[in-house]
Design a protein around this ligand. Structure first.
Ligand SMILES: Cc1cc2nc3c(=O)[nH]c(=O)nc-3n(C[C@H](O)[C@H](O)[C@H](O)COP(=O)(O)OP(=O)(O)OC[C@H]3O[C@@H](n4cnc5c(N)ncnc54)[C@H](O)[C@@H]3O)c2cc1C
Length: 374
């Protein structure tokens, strides 16, 4: 099925193709590697042998090209592999669905939880500010026994439709360019009591933006919907000294990680905010951390000048490393694991800096993109 090249492949000529290939290599390299291993039939030992002793192991497995029938993936010291889509794509817009299907297949084979394309409906119960720019929605999930909401996972995210009671909240007549119609938000916490499943979703409201306007307009009894959901990559944090790096968009994930923390070593946290007042998020009375952990927790606040956000977000990577260094100079702490979620250019610059600074493998440094400066 996927082990050899199909006799005929249909090349795709689309203005976004090279951008998508670069994005998949930069942000989803671990998934491309998983496709090569699990769906391309390349054995782990063979892969390890081929990429061993290469100066830059990140460059050794790369998506080369996208055809209507599948992906061509290049592997160091091997012939390229062809990973067939479950269904050939008729238009470039179909690529995302085929990618998700490949990911579901690979995750299933690896025994991992995967992205789900399920639709869920929620009713808004209330909304309140828990720090000046962080809005908490309390939501009630429609009973759906086939797709329960996970109550014990940190960073589990849903893709919300920016509609309220089925009406779009964005005004297409005003939009200068394509405006966002969906947005990812994390379950800050979900719980089940009797027959109801409820959750908090904490939203950073940063000016006049499609998702911020949607969130602030929501009122009790409004109906909202999600169309996709996926788990966060946090399994590597179960042991060792971890560093968690978050901003306002990813601090809900960190808050839940702390509530569910079972690793005997407390993590070190870098918390960036564009407004110093939002540092209060991590001391809010609803944060329910075990006393042993909260007494031994170190949070390094990092107040970011909004001008930096408007100029070069990749510079923030150096600011973060310097903040960590400033603290680590006073301790004998060795860092084993990193989880973070930040802006796209910051993430891209930060990953290699962290791996070099702490001498870590790629699999121990998970830095996700939670938002993109435009
Ligand atoms: C898996 C996942 C989970 C997430 N969970 C959460 C969550 O729980 N809570 C949460 O608040 N966010 C979360 N996010 C981030 C959220 O999806 C993005 O911030 C999203 O871009 C917000 O949409 P928007 O309409 O406000 O802004 P956009 O339409 O993306 O952008 C509008 C403008 O705002 C700017 N902008 C966007 N985000 C920021 C920012 N953070 N700071 C400064 N300027 C910004 C852009 O540069 C642009 O100019 C998550 C993202 C992912 C991928």
């Amino acid at each position: 099925m996927t082990f050899s090249f199909p006799e005929s492949r249909t090349p795709i000529d689309h203005p976004e193709k090279s951008h998508i290939i670069a994005h998949l290599n930069d942000e989803h390299g671990d998934e491309i590697t998983a496709f090569a291993r699990v769906l391309g039939g390349i054995k782990r030992a063979e892969l390890d042998k081929n990429i061993a002793n290469q100066s830059n192991q990140d460059e050794q497995i790369k998506l080369f090209d996208i055809y209507a029938e599948g992906f061509e993936v290049g592997i160091a010291n091997s012939a390229p592999l062809f990973i067939a889509f479950p269904q050939p794509i008729a238009s470039f817009d179909d690529l995302q669905t085929q990618y998700i299907l490949l990911k579901q297949k690979a995750d299933k084979a690896l025994g991992k939880k995967s992205i789900k394309l399920t639709s869920q409906h929620f009713t808004v119960l209330s909304s309140e500010h828990i720090s000046p720019n962080m809005l908490r929605l309390t939501l009630d999930l429609d009973l759906n026994p086939e797709h329960p909401m996970p109550t014990d996972e940190a960073g589990y995210a849903y893709l919300f439709d920016l509609k309220i009671n089925d009406s779009p909240t964005f005004d297409t007549s005003k939009s200068k360019k394509e405006e966002r119609k969906h947005v990812y938000y994390t379950l800050r916490k979900a719980w089940q009591a009797d027959d109801v499943t409820q959750a908090w979703v904490d939203i950073y409201v940063h000016g006049d933006t499609p998702a911020g306007n949607w969130a602030t307009a929501l009122q009790a009894k409004d109906r909202i919907q999600t169309t996709r959901e996926f788990p966060e990559k946090v399994a590597h944090l179960s042991d060792g000294q971890a560093v968690l790096i978050c901003d306002e968009t990813s601090v809900p994930t960190v808050a839940r990680l702390l509530e569910l923390w079972t690793n005997p070593t407390p993590p070190l946290i870098v918390f960036m905010t564009q407004h110093a007042d939002d540092q209060a998020y991590l001391t809010h009375h609803t944060l329910d951390i075990a006393p042993d952990l909260s007494n031994n927790l170190t949070v390094l606040p990092l107040n970011i000048d909004p001008i930096t956000i408007d100029t070069d977000t990749s510079e923030l990577a150096t600011v973060i490393i310097n903040r960590l260094d400033e603290y680590l100079r006073q301790t004998s702490m060795q860092i084993d694991k990193v989880w973070g979620a930040v802006e796209a250019d910051t993430a891209k610059a930060l990953r290699p800096l962290l791996r070099k600074r702490f001498d870590l493998d790629k699999s121990d440094v998970v830095v996700k993109v939670y938002w993109r400066k435009s």
